[in-house]
Design a binder for this molecule. Structure first.
Ligand code: G16
Length: 544
C-alpha cells in the first residue's frame, strides 16, 4: 500500500462541544485541519477497535470531500472495512442503527446538525462508539489531548471512491462498501412500530399531515418510509430534497425556523399533524392543528403511551431526561413505578443508561427524543411514534395533550436563547449569577421563593464518572425552575440559554399562553442575571 506519513502541527481549539467538533467550513478547509482531528480519533482507538467503521453525514457542503479524506486515512490506519452511506448520506440515527446492526467498532458522523450549511456555513465531525452512542467525555477528552500533541497523520494515495453506486470497492487493502442509506434504518422502524396501523392512518383522506424535511437529510428517509413504505401522499413530505446548503435555510425544527410548516399548522384550515426534523435527522418537532407540543411534553406523552407501541408494550425500564428538560416525564415515570434519570445536556450522557438497560426512553428539551432502539436521538422515530399513537387513539393532538395535562398536571415550559453574545460577556453573566448564590436563597420574586441555587453536577450511575459545571439551577419552593447554560454547539460567539419551568396542577389553569404563565420567572431572571446589561438584548433571539 502506498501509505504516506504527513508531518503536521496542532491546531488550537479542536475540542468537542456538546456534540462533536463544529466549526465553520472555512476552518475545516485549512490544510491538515480535518486530517489532524481524524488522526486524533484513530490514535485513541486500539488495534482491535480499528477494524470496521461506519461513515456518513447529513449531505451538507464538504461532506463528500471529507468522506474521501477519511476513507484514505482509515485505510492507511489499518481499518479492514468501512461502510459508507450512498452519496455519503447517513442520518445520525441511521449511523447508530448501522453500527449496531453490523456490530462495527464505531462510526464517524459528518454533521453540524441544525447549524446552517454551505460554503460559508458550518461543518462538524463526531465519533460514535461500538454501541452506536456518541463518544463519552473521557474519549472526547482523549481525542482532544491527541489534537494538541499531533505531529503526523497517515493517508493513502488512491483514487476517490464512487459514492453514487452501491457495492464493494477497495481503497488500498481496505474494503469500502457503499450501502443504501435508508434500508437498515427503515427495517428497524418497521420492527419498532405498528406499520399497518400507521399506514392506514396516513392513507386515510380524513387525516391530513405534513412532514418538513427542511431540505436536509430526512428528506431521503421520509420519502422512502412515509411515502413509499407507508403509502402517504407524495406532497405530505415537503422540502424533501437534501441540498448541500439546506436551501440557505436553518434546519432547526422549531417554531422560528420551520416557518413553512408552522404556517400550515396555524392556518384557518390547519392540518391534523405536522412534524419537522433537522439537518442530520436526530431532532423532531411535533405539532397538531393550531398547537405545538413542547419536546418535554412530547417525551412524557410518548412514555405514557408506551403500551401502545409494539417495541415498548412490555414496559419501560426507566426514563431519562437532560437536566434543563421539564420534569413532565418524571411524573409519568412515577406513575409507572419506574426510575427517572436527570443527566447533563448532551445525548452522550444517555449512552450508559441505555446500555445498562436502566432507561428505555430518553429526551431533551432541545427537540430530541429517542429510545434504546439506537444510541442517538431520532427525529423520524419520534414522528412515527406520534403517528402510531394517533392511529390507535384516533384523537386530535391537542386533545391528547390536554388529557395528559389533566392526568399529570402541566409543566409550563419555555427556552429563551440569546445568540451571538460576546463570549466574555456571556461568561461574566454566568459568574454574576453564581456570585449571588448565597444571597438568592430564600429571596422571593413575585410569587416565587428560591429555595436552592447550584451548578448541576452529575455522577453517572453506571461508571461513576463525574461531570461538573453542567448549568446553573435556581430552584423554587413550588418546584418551578430557572436554568442557565451556555450552549456547546454554536460557532459564532456565545449563546446563553435560559430555561423556564412552572408546574400547574389545576386543570382550570392549563390554557394560559406559555409566556404569560411564565412572566414572573422571566422578569425574575432578567433582574437576577442582568440579561440586558450583559447581552445588550432587550428580548431573546429565539423563544421556543
Ligand atoms: C446537540 C446534542 C444534544 C443537545 C443539543 C443542544 O444536539 O446532541 O444533546 O441537547 O446539542 O446543545 P447546546 O444547548 O449545548 O447547544 P444536535 O442536534 O445539535 O446534535
Amino acid at each position: 500500500m502506498n501509505i504516506s506519513t504527513i508531518a503536521t502541527t496542532p491546531f488550537a481549539g479542536q475540542k468537542a462541544g456538546t456534540s462533536g467538533l463544529r466549526k465553520k467550513v472555512t476552518v475545516f478547509q485549512q490544510a491538515h485541519y480535518l486530517e489532524n482531528f481524524v488522526q486524533s480519533i484513530f490514535n485513541v482507538l486500539s488495534t482491535t477497535e480499528k477494524q470496521v467503521l461506519v461513515l456518513g453525514g447529513d449531505g451538507r457542503y464538504y461532506n463528500r470531500i471529507a468522506i474521501q479524506v477519511i476513507l484514505k486515512m482509515a485505510a492507511a490506519n489499518g481499518f479492514k472495512k468501512v461502510l459508507v452511506g450512498q452519496q455519503g448520506i447517513l442520518s445520525t440515527p441511521a449511523v447508530s442503527a448501522v453500527i449496531r446492526k453490523y456490530r462495527t467498532n464505531g462510526g464517524i458522523i459528518l454533521s453540524a446538525s441544525h447549524n446552517p450549511a454551505g460554503k460559508t456555513g458550518d461543518f462538524g465531525i463526531k465519533f460514535n462508539n461500538a454501541s452506536g452512542s456518541p463518544a463519552a467525555e473521557k474519549t472526547t477528552e482523549a481525542i482532544y489531548q491527541q489534537t494538541q500533541v499531533i505531529s503526523e497523520y497517515y493517508t493513502l494515495s488512491a483514487e476517490d471512491i464512487d459514492l453514487n453506486s452501491l457495492g464493494e470497492y477497495t481503497c488500498g487493502e481496505m474494503v469500502v462498501e457503499v450501502i443504501d442509506s435508508v434500508v437498515d434504518y427503515a427495517e428497524l422502524m418497521a420492527e419498532v412500530f405498528d406499520f399497518p396501523a400507521i399506514g392506514k392512518l396516513v392513507q386515510s383522506p380524513d387525516f391530513r399531515f405534513c412532514f418538513d424535511a427542511m431540505h436536509a437529510v430526512t428528506g431521503t428517509y421520509a420519502r422512502r418510509i412515509l411515502v413509499k413504505q407507508l403509502g402517504a401522499a407524495e406532497n405530505s413530505v415537503i422540502n424533501a430534497v437534501p441540498l448541500e446548503d439546506f436551501a440557505g435555510g436553518h434546519p432547526d425544527p422549531n417554531l422560528v425556523h420551520a416557518k413553512e410548516l408552522v404556517a400550515k399548522m396555524y392556518a384557518d384550515n390547519p392540518l391534523d399533524f405536522g412534524a419537522a426534523s433537522d439537518g442530520d435527522g436526530d431532532r423532531n418537532m411535533i405539532m397538531g392543528a393550531q398547537c405545538f407540543v413542547t419536546p418535554s411534553d412530547s417525551l412524557a406523552i410518548l412514555a405514557d403511551h408506551a403500551a401502545l407501541i409494539p417495541a415498548y408494550k412490555t414496559g419501560l425500564a426507566g426514563i431519562a431526561r437532560s437536566m434543563p428538560t421539564s420534569c413532565a416525564a418524571d411524573k409519568v415515570a412515577e406513575k409507572l413505578g419506574i426510575p427517572s434519570y436527570e443527566t447533563p445536556t448532551g445525548w452522550k450522557f444517555f449512552g450508559n443508561l441505555l446500555d445498562a438497560d436502566k432507561a428505555t426512553l430518553c429526551g431533551e428539551e432541545s427537540f430530541g427524543t429517542g429510545s434504546n432502539h439506537v444510541r442517538e436521538k431520532d427525529g423520524l422515530w419520534a414522528v412515527l411514534y406520534w403517528l402510531n399513537i394517533l392511529a390507535v387513539r384516533q384523537l386530535p393532538v391537542q386533545e391528547i395533550v390536554n388529557q395528559h395535562w389533566a392526568k399529570y398536571g402541566r409543566h409550563y415550559y419555555s427556552r429563551h436563547d440569546y445568540e451571538g453574545v460576546n463570549s466574555e460577556q456571556a461568561q461574566a453573566l454566568m459568574q454574576h449569577v453564581i456570585g449571588q448564590f448565597d444571597s438568592l436563597s430564600q429571596q422571593s420574586f413575585g410569587a416565587y421563593t428560591i429555595s436552592q441555587c447550584d451548578e448541576f453536577s452529575y455522577t453517572d450511575p453506571v461508571d461513576n464518572s463525574v461531570s461538573t459545571h453542567q448549568g446553573i439551577r435556581l430552584l423554587c419552593e413550588d418546584g418551578s425552575r430557572i436554568i442557565l447554560r451556555l450552549s456547546g454547539t454554536g460557532t459564532d460567539g456565545a449563546t446563553i440559554r435560559v430555561y423556564l419551568e412552572r408546574y400547574e396542577v389545576d386543570s382550570t389553569q392549563h390554557q394560559q399562553p406559555t409566556q404569560e404563565a411564565l412572566a414572573d420567572l422571566i422578569t425574575a431572571i432578567a433582574q437576577i442575571a442582568k440579561i440586558q446589561h450583559y447581552t445588550g438584548c432587550d428580548v431573546p433571539t429565539v423563544i421556543t
